[in-house]
Write a protein of this length. Sequence first.
Lengths: 160, 488
Amino acid sequence: MVILFYIAAIVAILAALGVVLQKTPVYSALLLIVVLCSLAVIYLLLGAEFIAFIQVIVYAGAIMVLFVLVIMLLNARRETPGQGSRMARWLGGPLLVVFLAEIVLAAWRQFPGAASPPPLNAGPAAIGQLLFRSYVLPFEVTSILILVAILGAVVLAKKS
Amino acid sequence: MTPVQALDFIRVLPEIVLASCAILVMVAEPFVSARHTAALAWVSLIGIVAAGAGNAWMRRFSGPAFGGSIAADPFASYFVYLLLLAAALTLLGSVRYLETNQVHHGEFYALLLLGTTGACLMVAATELIMIFIGLEISSISTYILAGFRRADKRSNEACLKYFLLGSFATAFLLYGIAFIYGLTGTTNLVQLSEKLSAPGARPPLLWIALILAFVGLGFKVSTVPFHIWTPDVYQGAPAPVTAFLSVAPKAAAFAVILRVFLGGLASAGALVFWLLWISALLTMCLGNLAALWQTNIKRLLAYSAIAHAGYVLVGMAAAKAAGPEAGEGIASVLFYLAAYALMNVAAFILVAHLAGAGERYQEADDCTGLAYQRPGVAACLTLLLVSLSGFPATAGFFAKFYVFRAAIHAHLIGLTLVAVLNSVVAVYYYLRVVVAMYMREGNPRASASPLPWPLGAALALSLVGIFYLGLFPTPFVRLANLAASPLP
């Protein structure tokens, strides 16, 4: 279990780095699928089978297909590297290091040694309870969000 | 937890009315003949008024709804009125603008109403996930509205810039929320405040969560250094949209900052205070200094909007510093936002009119000699600018007065001094436009056509409000105090 977790976690981190550093958009999108799939493995290890399957079906399946399709439709080529801002290099780099160090340190202090996560109650029934009881309002209001996005696509892309 | 009841729906009545009205406008639009599209504006206005009536009626049923996702309390109610007012004034100011600039009506009004719905959800939300969704609804609506003049390059630029930077900022907020959930196991603000105030509860990474959330919200209210998008977007977006953009999402984000940083995360005292203090200082100074060099009226008002956000943050820092007596600072922030909403929406919709078709005349010099051709319009703009600079007898004066008083009571003498000096500097750039209108002879290039009556009505309404707040602030202060009281 622990070994499987480390494999999935390392693959996820490497693939995520690849998404950012890769110059060709299609490769970035394909690497993102790898990230999502290895996250699904971690969910599976946590005992959240339903979330794991949804992750693969919805994200890696449906949404990423759209991503790749749009990238191909737009015929996006290799990015030409820009100048890169000096501030990003001198301020962003050190900040990133501090940020990462703090997270690692805090996690170390809070969970010394290998802690096994508590068993999760994440079956479809539990998720249904959460979605339609505790979080019913955010869930329903998301429909307005999607409506706004559709309206926007129509407004901005319509032939005048 | 109990299943959903009718009472839950009553407590989100304004949002339901607004969203239904938006859908009605959207569906009706294809069936309305081209000559009668203005009717859609009146339908939307009726929707806004109905939402306001719903908000008034709802007062008898205050309390949390939908399992603590949202709360109908005086605080939310105050902000809902404020947002509806901003939406109504924008609507009145945009009817003729849409005709002269040949923009599609139906979608514009629908997006305006949906954006207001999102902002209303934000101010009432007591759950971080709900806040996030409300923020996204209001942001995405305004991204689209900013790009509404599709033939105009600057509008496209504004839309894209706002969208890209806005999405980036939202990601920061979401990251902060994820940290907060990971550290405390809850996203509900009430439970969060209970967990964090328990003795010995000091999650180690809380400061990162706080800073990330503050960056996300700071972008929405354009605090320095997250203000870079503001001048370009305010200049490029259609002027009535800028009017809405500079008030509604901003006021809603301030409400969220109050609820999250002074409510849910209140026990993380010192860090929140210094975040507010530093951003107040930077925002005031940079906004005002940059405004000094602007010749374009829309950019000038954009920097002035940044500076005003700085004064609001002074009030918040005061509320934070006052500890248990935070009520005065919060009330001063609420009063300030009301005055700001009246002044800013009116100023931008008036600029929309002056800029003419295609918004060609936005420079201060384009108004040269306007006072001789259109004394009424020039007087209107003068009063608005004078109020923005904070002259006595106008709303701007008491807004600043209450914020500064709260800051002095909280012993923030240095910050108050800087704020006072800043408001003196601000007089210079506001009055430059007035000088161009009155003191210099010449033919104004700005549109000298008479004011269309909906715009006139909106201006009259805001001027009455500005003088009411400027001459008889006491009843309104009592209202703001009432709205500020339930916040812990």
